[in-house]
Design a protein around this ligand. Structure first.
Ligand code: TEU
Length: 575
């Protein structure tokens, strides 16, 4: 805390995880140490100094457990071991030690809505081994009008097609809300809940600092597994999301595990509103610390679902502000996570900024937004150097089963005859954009590997890479570093109240953060045209004339008071 920031008595419920900045690592695409073309744990450890120099406090590691990699590790076949291609448990222990030595904490990914079909629980379950029969959702199907077998209900999978697959060995259908290699665990079975609690405990005992909890809003399915009836996609989502016993399961898990450790828990929950969030968050909810909600991720896609190709690509700043402000102010004493991108989303500068004429300015604006709003900020690898979307020319260029499933569904529904008809849509929504290898330098393959990368490196790496960014004091990377530093120094940026100004302005996103006597004003010109801030139009008496500039993405000495904000100009003022 600096001498001029507020005394801690003004801060209710100070917590390390509220003050932390999280950096998300997608191991497969981060850094390859052994030249096999796939990122690995020693590669991540080699970048411990990198995390430290950027100033982040927590590293979130996407799944590194043993897995057939049908969904890049989100299909776990053994929760207590490390995938050979990523390293060994000793490598993982070394990573943890190297991070902890630098006061950086480690968040693991907890994927327990489903396992891999190669997990031994599933193998035993499909053989009906005693004690394992009900570990998953097994059901008999029916016979359709033409005499063919039909699945037990009409639910669709997030990866396209039906959520059910027939298993010849067990001679029954099993449920998988994601890929057919990701069967859903049956949380109704107390033995399953016991297994989950025990593996969570196992990792907590190894000294990790918390979990990001995957797709957790889907773990409770209603009695009888009724058909879905809305036109939302995938079919049935309104039935299988936030099911009837979800709070019982999460509260039980919390009391048996997280409650006994000083850890942070972040629940990934699509399809969640502010009102509902309170039921999950805090001691008076299910004990979770924060939620990765999706409302702002849905701003530019079809209301029926992100992979519906009939509507996409349009979004308005006014609506974006409305959504995010609702989350900023609507949670009462509860806390939340703040993010713009991750491994499931396109690159933020391509989606919410301008990745051509104003790539640097708009990437810095997005960083300013992320690091000056309320909630623990999550930075996804590559955002800090303004990595952009890739251009996928053919279906064969894609890797992500969700995008490929959406293309196959569109073809099956007669919406598109060829990939070409969907190319623009795919290039807008694909999760693959986030999964191209991290661009470290202008060496071959961007310094990611000395071998052949598992996924093509974006061709712009000679220009956009960490080495170049660190060498240039004006770069996006240094802007992130300065913002992280500022957030660490200013309690008001963490704990201050958020107030939106000018809600109807189509270019400016302006808000104040207030804590005791401290007040900051953040003005973001979220557009490629100049825009003026007229203090008379705002409700608050801002006293802008006496404001000082704390940070700007243009010349910091040229305070924009009395003149228009330039394209994508982003300024943090102290009032
Ligand atoms: O994502 C969850 C997920 O994909 C859905 O919750 C969401 O509804 C969907 O993306 C709609 O846009 C997590 C992981 O982050 C992702 O990488 C995995 O593929 C998925 O779970 C399955 O484990």
């Amino acid at each position: 805390m600096t001498p001029d920031s507020s005394p801690s008595s003004d801060v209710p419920d100070r917590q390390w995880w509220k003050e932390a900045i999280v950096y998300q690592v997608y191991p497969r695409s981060f850094n390859d140490s052994d030249g096999d073309g796939v990122g690995d744990i020693p590669g991540i450890t080699a970048k411990a100094e990198y995390f430290d120099s950027l100033g982040v406090d927590v590293v979130w590691l996407c799944p590194v457990y043993e897995s057939p990699q049908a969904d890049n590790g989100y299909d776990v076949s053994d929760y207590r071991s490390i995938a050979a291609e990523f390293g060994t448990i000793e490598d993982w222990e070394h990573l943890l030690a190297e991070l902890h030595d630098r006061d950086i904490r480690l968040l693991m990914d907890l994927v327990v809505n489903h396992t891999s079909d190669e997990h031994e629980w599933f193998e035993k379950s499909r053989r009906r081994e005693a004690g394992y029969e009900d570990y998953y959702y097994w059901r008999d199907g029916g016979i359709g009008e033409n005499g063919d077998p039909v699945p037990p209900n009409n639910w669709g999978s997030f990866m396209g097609g039906s959520a059910w697959t027939y298993d010849d060995e067990r001679e029954q259908w099993y449920l998988h809300l994601f890929d057919e290699k990701q069967p859903d665990l049956n949380w109704r079975n107390p033995d399953v809940r016991e297994e989950v609690a025990s593996l969570v405990e196992w990792w907590l005992e190894r000294g990790i600092d918390g979990f990001r909890v995957d797709a957790i809003n889907y773990i409770s399915k209603p009695e009888g597994l009724p058909d879905g009836e809305s036109d939302r996609e995938p079919t049935g989502i309104e039935v299988f999301s936030h099911g009837p016993r979800i709070h019982e399961y999460l509260r039980e898990l919390y009391e048996r595990t997280f409650a006994n450790y000083d850890v942070m828990t972040v629940a990934e929950m699509a399809d969640t509103t502010v009102d509902r969030a309170g039921e999950y968050l805090g001691e008076d909810g299910d004990g979770l610390n924060m939620i990765l909600h999706f409302e702002h991720m849905d701003v530019d896609v079809s209301p029926r679902g992100r992979f519906d190709p009939s509507e996409w690509g349009e979004w308005s700043l006014v609506e974006f502000k409305e959504i995010l402000s609702r989350w900023q102010t609507g949670l009462g004493d509860d806390w939340n996570a703040q993010y713009l991108g991750n491994h499931d989303q396109p690159r933020i500068v391509s989606r919410f900024g301008d990745d051509e004429a104003y790539r640097v300015e708009s990437a810095k604006l997005l960083a300013t937004f992320l690091l000056t709003t309320r909630g623990t900020p999550f930075v996804y690898q590559g955002e800090e150097i303004g990595m952009t979307n890739e251009e996928f020319e053919r279906l064969a260029d894609l890797d992500d089963p969700m995008t490929i499933g959406a293309v196959e569904d569109a073809a099956a529904a007669g919406r598109a005859g060829s990939f070409d008809e969907l190319r623009e849509f795919v290039n807008y929504v694909s999760r693959d954009h986030a999964r191209t290898p991290m661009q470290w330098s202008d060496d071959e393959h961007a310094g990611f590997t000395t071998g052949t990368p598992w996924f093509d490196v974006n061709a712009n790496y000679p220009e956009i890479n960490v080495e170049a960014a660190r060498a240039d004091g004006d770069s996006i990377w240094h802007h992130y570093r300065r913002l992280i530093d500022l957030r660490h120094r200013e309690d008001v940026l963490v704990y201050g109240e958020y107030e939106l100004l000018l809600p109807e302005d189509e270019q400016l996103y302006a808000y104040t953060r207030t804590l005791g006597d401290e007040r900051l004003l953040i003005v973001l010109n979220w557009s490629p045209e100049p825009a003026s801030l007229d203090p008379d139009e705002t409700d608050a008496d801002l006293g802008l004339a006496n404001a000082t500039t704390l940070l700007s993405n243009y010349d910091p000495d040229a305070t924009p008071v009395g003149r228009a904000f330039r394209p994508y100009e982003a300024v943090v003022f102290r009032l």
